[in-house]
Design a protein around this ligand. Structure first.
Ligand code: ZN
Ligand code: ZN
Ligand code: ZN
Length: 366
């Protein structure tokens, strides 16, 4: 009897402790807290479990109940743009940008002008070099002249220039380099953009006019290599200019990252820079093939004919030498049979030309 009384007393105390005599003010359970009373803190049950929704291209793994996230969005798995489809996510179908545009542009006025030694199609302008003129002209694609650069100062006969109108690794920023020899063995390099605007100058010592110099942009990133020969593609540069800081870099700068492999099995050891240095373009000695090799010289893909990559990252390849396909920088065919012709290539960095029916056709491929 005494034991029962004791138990009842304990129960009463327990009731008084928990009950407090109020009606609980419940807060519903969340993922982090169980259902509990705001006033006394009494807990009932357990916190909810997160209800995870798997990560998508654009959203991280997310709890549908509380919005907590874990990790990061997966990001889109892009398939590159083609002639028929814009850049498209293989997972969610999202698209970005436009499909590759291939439009014929009329450049016959440049092509037919016999005073023009060379013209190069840049992103926004066309650069013209002449046979008997010290000027370099820049025209827009409507044919309007937008700038003229006088490449040789009046009265100076020792200066000469070179253009580098196909500089994928320089982001097409520098399209023209002039070199003017000063007394005291210095040479002044001036760099111009595609609107004929000077964007920097660098002076280097130890050069005389007899040192004919060649600009080679066959280096990683923003390094411009100056050679004494036009044939060696920058491997034996006598000067390396950092075009970002407009300073003479150490001669070794960027040197180690140049692709080095025995190119003697190819025509002229012809190694042509491509976008991001992913591949080098090589030509067979007997002219029977052309294609791309990786940085170690391993053959990636060989064709009957192949072109350098243009500014936008496209190249022309041909299986039979007659019909050309456009490939992206992964060598994936993005457009077929666009350039049927007996001969084709890139005019400058953005325009492709083909010879069909005895007539030259220019196409802008972006
Ligand atoms: Zn309570
Ligand atoms: Zn949750
Ligand atoms: Zn996606």
């Amino acid at each position: 009897m005494k034991k029962l009384f004791m138990t009842m007393c304990l129960l009463a105390v327990a009731w008084m402790l928990t009950g407090c005599g109020h009606s609980h003010d419940w807060v519903e359970a969340t993922c982090s807290e169980a259902k509990h009373c705001k006033t006394c803190g009494k807990i009932e049950g357990f916190p909810l479990q997160h209800n995870w929704k798997e990560a998508t291209c654009t959203e991280p793994k997310t709890c549908t109940l509380c919005g907590t996230t874990e990790g990061e969005a997966k990001g889109h798995t892009w398939n590159k743009a083609t002639f028929t489809e814009p850049k498209t996510c293989a997972v969610c179908g999202a698209t970005e940008g436009d499909k590759i545009s291939c439009t014929e542009v009329n450049l016959s006025r440049f092509y037919d002008d016999s005073t023009i030694r060379q013209f190069a199609c840049l992103e926004h302008t066309i650069l013209c070099l002449y046979y008997n003129k010290d000027d370099v002209d820049f025209f827009d694609y409507d044919g309007k002249k937008v700038a003229t650069v006088d490449i040789i100062p009046d009265g100076d006969t020792t200066a000469y220039y070179t253009d580098i109108a196909d500089p994928p690794d320089l982001g097409n920023v520098i399209v023209l380099v002039t070199m003017v020899y000063e007394p005291n063995n210095t040479v002044v390099f001036s760099f111009y953009d595609e609107f004929g605007k000077i964007i920097g100058q660098v002076e280097a010592e130890g050069f005389v006019p007899e040192d004919k110099l060649y600009v080679r942009n066959y280096a990683e990133g923003h390094y411009l290599r100056i050679n004494k020969t036009g044939y060696t593609r920058g491997y034996d540069a006598v000067l390396v200019i950092d075009t970002e800081t407009m300073t003479v870099a150490d001669n070794e700068a960027g040197f180690d990252s140049l692709r080095k492999f025995d190119g003697s099995q190819y025509k002229n050891s012809f190694l042509q820079a491509t976008i991001g240095y992913k591949y080098d373009l090589v030509f067979g000695k007997d002219g029977s093939y052309a294609g791309y090799v990786d940085e170690y010289g391993n053959r990636v893909a060989m064709y009957k004919d192949a072109s350098p990559f243009n500014y936008y990252g496209f190249a022309l390849v041909s299986e039979d030498g007659k019909t050309y396909d456009v490939v992206d920088s992964d060598l994936k065919v993005v457009g077929k049979g666009v350039a049927k012709g007996s001969h084709s290539g890139w005019a400058g960095s953005s325009v492709l030309y083909t010879l069909q029916d005895g007539k030259i056709h220019f196409y802008s491929i972006k």
